[in-house]
Design a protein around this ligand. Structure first.
Ligand code: FAD
Length: 478
């Protein structure tokens, strides 16, 4: 039996980074807002099934101009004031790969406070299982939760489920690759007890065994040699940010069966309460899976944990500094790098990124490049044909039309399922915050003005004004 739960201006489905941000932006723009989340924990890949290795990173372009602020900037600032973040690490040799560390657990605590301050309602432990549709227009969603099945009505629905679940239920057009091509999934874990002086010394003594190219140092005029010289001077492991390589140790591990070979050897850093933790988000890589298939995602959960055990034992046995390390957290569920991309009125293309294109209907920016994908194997990443960095060390605009699904009304998509070519999949955490904020503000304005998100495409100037007031960067940068 279906119960009527309530009617809202805006209903946000999925409470990860995009969903939390969308709900805050919607409530701040004056809409009666409900955020529906499958678990009890808001934050998704940020703090529940994550964190991702770089949270936050890429808020700056390679010229070190800040291109992403908005909700990411606000939460970074608030957490910095609370002692749960570090200032932006604008190390000269780093290109756009600048870290702006936040403690993901405190991020997860703070967002309930912000949603409560903004009077956004929450419905937790609730799974959106269907949509209510009249013609091509959504009228609401069906939710299953401990009270049974409910109907929630909405003027505008926002899909922030990561996998485009609501769009799919509504019959949206989407793209998904075959199992053989989709990026592998991971169960991440975190460890404490590392002797960082010893770990850093090993890196300095074996520089050739490590990859630093992720930092895009050539954009800042550095060469591999000058970066190695900088790393030799590093006082803290935090200056390196992402540690990938250990090639000689990895090869020993491969010979003895001590390394599983499904991914490269490395980790990210998680500063926390004055300590530094190692965060392993590449140490399991389960490929040939489509996470929209329950058999596949079940296999991921089992296989990723098998690989995690091998990986942690490898670090303890082989990697200097990790002898006394211990696991503090295994993420409660696997998360998924890649599934559906819902096609919208505009599809972001690799050329848009490579040309640092600007759009009239800009709702935010990203300095992220194109074409690098996770793959099973010791190199962990593959490079696709259009791989590259944004022109002039800048960033590209994200157009509003990429959030409006083709042929459907009263629905917006935010987060990693927005309309983009696979080679520029907008899945990175800071991008999901950008699109979440825009979708939330747009939905609230549509509800207030009595227009559909598609009708708003004709004139986004009011939306842009609202976003600027919410500290979103839309102009003035490369
Ligand atoms: C292993 C891994 C490593 C990554 N590393 C990085 C990194 O280093 N840096 C970076 O920037 N990005 C990284 N990413 C990408 C990034 O973290 C995610 O793509 C991004 O956080 C996704 O945000 P989202 O809001 O779109 O989805 P999610 O954070 O996945 O949130 C989706 C939310 O929707 C909920 N939900 C799903 N279906 C329903 C439903 N039917 N009803 C109700 N609720 C539902 C889920 O419970 C979840 O809370 C990584 C991703 C993965 C998987």
């Amino acid at each position: 039996m279906l119960h009527y739960y309530g009617s809202y201006d805006v209903v946000v489905c999925g409470g990860g980074t995009s969903g939390v941000t969308a709900a805050v932006a919607s409530a701040r723009t004056g809409a009666k807002t409900l955020l529906i989340e499958r678990t009890g924990q808001l934050g998704g890949q940020m703090n529940f099934s994550g964190p991702p290795g770089f949270s936050y990173a890429y808020l700056f372009n390679a010229l070190h101009e800040q291109v992403i602020a908005g909700f990411a900037g606000e939460t970074h600032k608030r957490l910095l004031e609370m002692g749960h973040a570090l200032p932006h690490t604008l190390t000269d040799w780093r290109g756009s790969y600048v870290f702006s560390y936040v403690d993901p657990d405190w991020w997860g605590l703070l967002v309930y406070q912000i949603l409560t301050e903004e009077k956004a309602e929450m419905m937790l432990h609730s799974l959106v299982t269907d949509v209510i549709k009249e013609g091509s227009g959504l009228k609401g969603v069906v939710v299953e939760h401990p009270s049974g099945r409910s109907i929630v009505l909405a003027k505008v629905v926002i899909d922030c489920t990561g996998e485009g679940e609501v769009g799919c239920q509504a019959g949206a057009q989407y793209e998904i690759e075959s199992r053989d091509v989709l990026e592998p999934s991971t169960v991440a874990f975190t460890a404490d007890g590392v002797d960082w002086d010893k770990a850093l010394q090993y890196i300095k003594d074996n520089l050739k065994d490590f990859l630093f190219e992720q930092a895009d140092y050539t954009a800042r005029g550095y060469t591999r040699e000058t970066v190695e010289a900088e790393i030799k001077k590093a006082k803290s492991i935090l200056e390196i940010g992402e540690i990938m390589g250990y090639i000689s140790l990895r090869d020993q591990g491969l010979k003895t069966g001590g390394w599983h070979g499904q991914s490269g050897v490395g980790f990210f850093l998680m500063p926390k309460g004055g300590r530094i933790l190692a965060h392993f988000q590449h140490s399991s890589h389960v490929g040939k899976t489509d996470a929209t298939d329950v058999r596949d995602i079940t296999r991921v959960e089992i296989e990723a944990r098998r690989q995690d055990v091998i990986a942690f034992n490898f670090f303890k046995k082989y990697v200097p500094g990790f002898e006394n390390a211990y696991i503090t957290r295994v993420c409660p569920e696997a998360r998924v790098r890649e599934t559906r991309r819902i096609m919208g009125d505009y599809k972001i293309m690799p050329e848009d990124i490579l040309e640092s294109r600007k759009f009239k209907d800009v709702i935010g920016k990203s300095p992220f490049g194109t074409g690098s994908k996770h793959a099973v194997g010791t190199s962990a990443l593959v490079t696709l044909p259009n791989a590259g960095k944004p022109k002039d060390k800048g960033s590209h605009d994200i157009p509003y039309r990429a959030l409006v699904p083709i042929g459907l009304e009263n629905l917006l998509i935010a987060g990693k399922a927005i309309s983009a070519h696979r080679e520029c999949h907008h899945r990175f955490l800071m991008e999901t915050i950008v699109t979440g904020q825009a979708a939330g503000a747009a939905a609230a304005l549509c509800a207030k003005k009595g227009i559909t998100p598609r009708e708003m495409e004709k004139d986004v100037s009011e939306l842009q004004d609202v976003l600027r007031k919410q500290d979103v960067i839309l102009d003035g940068t490369k």
